[in-house]
Design a protein around this ligand. Structure first.
Ligand SMILES: [Zn+2]
Length: 387
């Protein structure tokens, strides 16, 4: 009996050591496989484009999923698309860090259900809590605040317009500073409980989209099966978000959900990472009608940087979608929403943003327009809409 106990004890210790080693090495294998870039830094841009980029007052990006991979974002990693040293190198002023909590196996653009989940296995090998989607969300929020704490003042998490003003003012004295704010992709992160909107808010979340790749308790996804609009629960969540001044993100929502949101609130709405049907016609991209409605709400259409969103593999394709949107509604409502580290292949990592400026100049945008597109509009939007 004593011997059996000993064997059990040693087996348990060995399993623990193996699990520990898995958490150290396996997450990186997934990360490297899912977040690749077409061309490694450094990037070549014309002196003119670089000069215009260097003069930009505020550089911002509305979407990246870097927190999902449990990568050390304080390190200048030789893989992945975003980390804090790269943000500093690119003079990025604010990056939205959006949280993915569940993604279906065989994820595609046309038809998915919530019956399977890839993130459980990823979270298990990362040594993160797998049990509830709310806990998964909180774990990523905590990681971002930890990075800020350990960054020696180089990185801040912004949660209010007052903090944003303070950061902008401090940055005048010390340029070597960057910031992020938290968002959520898919309100299944609430575990079906309305009270969890406040729980996520209290953990720093300031932007949330109703659905991600599958239909959930709030309503239909652009990639789901039901195509339905907001359910009663979905409407309650939106109202709660409005009450707390959380930003509503319609990326991945079914067209009917977008219509329903506009029918229950006058708040400015964003699409944090999108393409437009006008240059790339597919289910994930915004119709002219919805681009106009978002602009009309004083919101933001943030253009993504990967092939499935812009029907092209380079900065020029993103610039074309920006041009189309600006022609339709004016330059004041267009922004960047790369989807860096969102399991997509991007043309460059975040240090390649000057390549977008190069393409915008070719399309005859003025320096003033470029200031707005590259971040000025996001700055105005966040100052007006953060609590
Ligand atoms: Zn997404």
């Amino acid at each position: 009996m004593k011997k059996a106990l000993k064997i059990f004890f040693y087996s348990f210790i060995i399993l623990l050591i193996i699990y520990y080693l898995v958490t150290l090495f396996v997450p990186q294998i997934f990360d490297k496989k899912h977040n690749t870039i077409r061309e490694k830094a450094p990037y070549t841009v014309s002196t003119n484009a670089q000069n215009v980029y260097n003069k930009i007052n505020f550089v911002a990006d509305m979407h990246c999923d870097a927190l999902l991979w449990k990568r050390d974002l304080l390190k200048d990693n030789d893989f992945g698309q975003v980390d804090i040293p790269k943000m500093l190198k690119a003079n990025v002023d604010i990056q939205a860090f959006t949280i993915v909590t569940k993604s279906p196996k065989g994820q595609n653009f046309d038809k998915n259900t919530g019956s399977s989940d890839n993130i459980s296995a990823l979270y298990f090998v990362q040594g993160r809590p797998t049990s509830s989607l709310t806990k998964r969300t909180i774990s990523q929020c905590e990681d971002l605040f930890q990075f800020a704490k350990k960054s020696n003042g180089e990185f801040r998490v912004i949660t209010t317009s007052k903090e944003l003003k303070c950061y902008i003012s401090d940055k005048k004295d010390d340029q070597n500073m960057t910031a992020g704010f938290l968002g959520v992709e898919g309100a299944h992160a609430l575990d079906g409980k309305l009270d969890n909107v406040k729980v996520l808010f209290d953990n720093g979340v300031r932007m949330m989209g109703p659905t991600h790749f599958f239909d959930n308790k709030l309503g239909g996804s652009a990639h789901g099966v039901s195509s339905e609009g907001l359910t009663k629960f979905g409407k309650d969540v939106i109202k709660k978000m409005v009450e707390l001044n959380m930003i509503i993100d319609v990326a991945h929502s079914s067209p009917q959900i977008i219509d329903d949101i506009f029918s229950i609130t006058n708040k400015p709405i964003v699409s944090s990472h999108t393409g437009v049907k006008g240059t790339c016609d597919n289910v994930r991209n915004l119709s002219d009608k919805h681009i106009k409605a978002i602009a009309n709400s004083d919101g933001l259409i943030s253009i993504a940087m990967f092939e499935q969103a812009v029907c092209g593999t380079d900065a020029a394709a993103t610039a074309q979608a920006i041009k189309y949107t600006a022609n339709l509604v004016g330059v004041d409502y267009v922004a960047l929403g790369s989807d860096f580290d969102g399991s997509v292949i991007t043309p460059f990592d975040i240090t390649g943003l000057p390549l977008i400026v190069e393409e915008l100049l070719k399309l005859d945008f003025t320096e003033d327009d470029i200031q707005k597109i590259m971040g000025g509009n996001v700055k105005r939007f966040l100052l007006n809409n953060l609590p």
